[in-house]
Design a protein around this ligand. Sequence first.
Ligand SMILES: [Ca+2]
Length: 398
Amino acid sequence: MSRVAALASVTVTTLSPALAVNAAAAPLRASAYRPDSRTSAASLVYDCSRPTPCGVGRARPSATRLRVRTLAEGLDIPWDIAFLPHGGGLVTERPGTVRLIKRGGRLQKAPVARIPVVAVGEGGLLGLVLDPDFTSNRLVYLYYTSATGMRLERWRWTGRQLVPQALLIDSIRAGNVHDSGRIEFGPQHRLYVATGDSGDPPLAQDPTSLNGKFLALTPAQYRGNQIATPEIVAMGLRNPQGFDWQPGTGALVANDHGPSGFDGPEGYDEVNVITRGGNYGWPNVIGDDTDHGLFLPPIRLYVEPIAPSGATFLRHRGTAWTGDYVLAALRGSELRRLSMRGGRVLSDVPMFRNRYGRLRTVREAPNGELCILTSNRDGRGTPTAGDDKILCVKPPRA
Ligand SMILES: [Ca+2]
């Protein structure tokens, strides 16, 4: 059974090829944007993974019945989660606390770390990842907003709490908005940091600034005790909050938030394939505008704002979703599950739309469950009983 046919059989409602890509539609350039050209019901999706013109499709929600369990509740704006090798996990809360989910699944009341963050606007305690050799060295990396800027730090897990070890980067500017904040290990065990424009768009095109970039640190840099000078991998990003490497191809796929009114027409959220030395255009261009090839276009463009935050590829074998890229949307209050082949998006299925509110990130648990962090207490949502939560869902079998 082909990948697409397998998807269709379990998701009941997925994008038909005709809906996913309508090559006859005129390409919509950002400069041609008109507020009254929008549709209100379903999100308008542009598939920019084909040559030109950029295809148009309307995504329809998945009708699959999925059993969703609550792993934890009563959290305060959870931002990231890392699963511990022997069970349980560490969760960052944006106001500055790291919480422990114990091996049996219970959320420990007392935080395992309190970080002196500045949690204003979109800032605070953001990304958290475990060292690739965590089992032997118990090192943990944290990214957060401080009074003097964004800080990347190395901490150590004692088994009971996190203790600080070293400051690794301190020259990324912080802002009331666009602190980005996702960190992740990539090829050659390099530590990648996605940085936002901090509300100052020109920084994204400034090669001397670490803002609006993808940065990478070598193992010697992140395990050392000096301030690191990271490689600038790519530039021209606005506020990338989720990324992962595609299994098989190794392509780095990343979300970016499009403008939100004060800095451009609202919408135009992006999924990009990030290449070394690539320039993704912000703020010179938005949407699929490349300014005659000067900038790289997204492979997926959401003209209606969904506000994509965290994302992951699903690596657990044997499910109908294996290999898919799943992103969490804040404003869209949904997950998007994208099937890709190489740099092309084959289908894009919204899931859980408006069911759990704003969704901050998704991570694949060691048992293959997809775990989702809500963000309903961040001042932009409507909290319901038990918010914020971590919800886990088992992908359907292939
Ligand atoms: Ca772009």
